[in-house]
Design a protein around this ligand. Structure first.
Ligand SMILES: Cc1cc2nc3c(=O)[nH]c(=O)nc-3n(C[C@H](O)[C@H](O)[C@H](O)COP(=O)(O)OP(=O)(O)OC[C@H]3O[C@@H](n4cnc5c(N)ncnc54)[C@H](O)[C@@H]3O)c2cc1C
Length: 470
């Protein structure tokens, strides 16, 4: 029996996609990576995933797990050689259990993130993971990229939100680690191995996630500031004065707003004057009352001592959405402005202003006319230090500078003990960069783990850690 026939016998012929049905599984949204595959398979249960993996392993065919395919590093795109099968989780969409006493939710890997937020809400709880792609990314993908998003400052990244996992290992065995325990010190925390592994160690089929009490009050402000140092000072002030209720803290430069106002319909500058920097600050609490007064006090103090230049508070849900759209439109607006070179870096939060200053000076010196669009999750020390092509410049010539710009920015970040991939992962995009910067001991340990769990190297090969060249 051919592999395709065997897979069809497991999942049903309608769930083995070939020809034009296969095309959407072979590239990612930004079009940076294109691959080839024998088929995309859509198993409907953990048992089916296990059978699919066994069949591929026995045939010596590479396996590429795929969720919502919104990843930004090409981790879910199959290799060009085409001796691979994409294993999509899109039919694994069952919420197995919501427990408002334990504050846990157990769901299958293909559940779309927004559907889990809704399910938590219906139980009077909050699942706090939130990111721009939440309407299409899937929880297995979030777990496998250890996604960050806008609420990390308060609730942690995906790693901090996972209590247990169920994983199909590269040989087809099922590892059941679906525990709802807050405490379990019985040796190595195996589930952490698969979080952020980008599908290189196995296929996550289900997870136990942490829930929190639902938000009862939320207050949002956009604050105009002279520089990122003032934003950092405001964050510290807001955390202390609000009883640590700051949930989101997004830094934006003026050029980020300008690009959005130029290219994205329906955006409006809430201030009469132009300002150099902005901070989107959001406070939330499960206890109603008090946050509005706290935020007004924080902003009044900052305006009086001159560290803030102006501020607006959202008076309604619509106004809050409008403020968030200013932040969320930046990547789209950058795309429409022409070529952009991206960096997803982190340093200690206290060093973000220094990092932005040093990297800006260095890239402007190296490439006159380049426009720095540095924005992101200030509270997590995570900046999307993106570069937009010079006005009127040639897009291809600008994009040809990708490697040189990466080296300049990543050298500075690495020199500051930072990370060259804060939240998007490594995938295919950053394999060489990671090898360049990670110490040899780290790389050796990662390779040993990979070959211990996936000795035949068939699980998402070429992602994160390439095999040793002997
Ligand atoms: C508009 C937009 C905004 C974004 N904002 C953020 C943000 O704020 N923060 C952030 O961190 N990311 C962000 N991202 C990136 C992306 O959404 C996340 O990385 C997301 O977690 C990927 O989920 P996915 O289901 O789309 O995974 P995919 O893209 O399908 O896969 C990503 C990786 O995980 C592996 N994988 C997927 N499912 C499984 C599984 N079940 N088991 C094992 N491996 C698996 C794949 O092989 C691949 O290596 C954004 C992307 C977009 C398009």
């Amino acid at each position: 029996m051919s592999l395709i026939d065997r897979l069809a016998a497991v999942v049903g012929p309608g769930n083995v996609l070939i020809g034009s049905d296969l095309a959407p599984y072979l590239e990612e949204e930004r079009g940076l990576f294109h691959g080839a595959a024998l088929a995309a398979v859509r198993p409907g249960s953990t048992a089916e995933v296990a059978e699919v993996v066994k069949a591929c392993a026995e045939a010596g065919i590479a396996m590429v797990p795929q969720g919502g395919n919104t990843g930004l590093c090409g981790g879910g795109v199959p290799p060009e050689h085409g001796r691979a099968v994409v294993i999509s989780t899109e039919r694994l969409t069952r919420i197995r259990h919501v427990d408002a006493v334990d504050f846990t939710l157990t769901a299958e890997a293909g559940c779309v993130l927004a559907s889990l937020q809704q399910a938590a809400g219906q139980a009077g709880c909050l699942f706090p993971l939130s990111l721009g792609a939440e309407g299409s990314c899937r929880i297995g993908g979030n777990i496998s990229t250890n996604a960050g998003g806008t609420n990390v400052l308060r609730y942690g990244a995906t790693r901090d939100l996972v209590l247990g996992l169920e994983v199909v290992l590269p040989d087809g065995r099922v590892w059941n680690g679906l525990k709802r325990l807050r405490k379990d010190n019985t040796g190595y925390a195996l589930h952490h191995l698969f979080i952020g592994a980008e599908g290189t160690l196995g296929i996550v089929t289900a997870a136990v996630l942490k829930l929190f009490p639902a938000v009862a009050e939320r207050q949002t402000a956009l604050v105009a500031l002279p520089d990122p140092d003032a934003a950092l000072a405001l964050l510290g002030r807001a955390r202390r004065a609000s009883g640590d209720c700051v949930t989101a803290c997004e830094l934006m430069p003026r050029i980020g707003l300008d690009l959005g106002l130029t290219h994205v319909d329906g955006l409006r500058d809430p201030f009469a004057a132009r300002h150099p920097w902005y901070l989107l600050l959001e406070l939330s609490s499960s206890r109603p009352g008090g946050l509005r007064e706290a935020l007004e006090g924080i902003l009044a103090d900052a305006l009086v001592d001159g560290s803030a230049l102006d501020a607006v508070l959202a008076e309604s849900h619509e106004q809050r959405s409008a403020l968030w759209r200013l932040r969320e439109s930046i990547p789209e607006a950058q795309k429409r402005e022409g070529g952009s070179i991206k960096h997803d870096v982190s340093v200690a939060t206290s060093r973000v202003p220094e990092m932005i200053r040093r990297c800006t000076e260095a890239v402007e010196r190296a490439l006159p006319g380049v426009r720095v669009v540095a924005f992101g999750h200030l509270g997590d020390g995570n900046t999307h230090f993106n570069l937009t092509q010079p006005v009127g410049g040639d897009k291809q010539a600008f994009l040809a500078e990708w490697g040189r710009m990466n080296r300049i920015v990543h050298d500075i970040v690495a020199g500051m003990d930072g990370s060259i991939s804060a939240e998007h992962g490594i995938g295919r995009l950053k394999v060489d960069e990671m090898l360049h910067y990670k110490p040899a001991v780290d790389i050796d340990l990662m390779r040993r783990l990979k070959s211990a769990i996936d000795p035949s190297g068939l699980m998402n090969p070429g992602k994160i850690i390439p095999p040793r060249i002997t």
